[in-house]
Design a protein around this ligand. Structure first.
Ligand code: TYC
Length: 97
């Protein structure tokens, strides 16, 4: 449902809904000790429809650059993914897209 009185105002939020762009990013942060295999397995366990290739790509980007966007989705889902990733020992945060 897109009816949201508080957010129904002209401009970028309307545009975002029309294009169905997810409003939050889940950011995965690098650390120095978590095994790469555990990062990949955790991404695949927590985030639906995440392929191994995608998970490896995200893991390597975080490993190399310090952080990577794991997925984009609505805020409540982003919070759930963040908590699930962090419960598995990873470091993740969310931010508006
Ligand atoms: N840097 C970790 C290592 O070398 C691997 C790693 C990658 C950890 C990405 C976290 O988000 C992360 N074992």
């Amino acid at each position: 449902p897109t009816a949201s009185t508080a957010e129904t105002k002209p401009g970028i939020k309307i545009e975002r809904r029309i294009t169905q762009e997810p409003p939050y990013k889940v950011i995965l942060h690098n650390d120095d000790f978590t095994p790469m295999e555990h990062v990949v397995a955790t991404l695949r366990k927590v985030i639906p429809r995440m392929s191994t290739r995608q998970a490896v790509s995200i893991m390597l980007e975080a490993h190399t650059n310090g952080k990577a966007v794991a997925t984009k989705c609505h805020k409540e889902l982003a919070e759930l993914y963040m908590e699930s990733l962090n419960n598995e020992g990873l470091i993740s945060t969310i931010e508006p897209d």
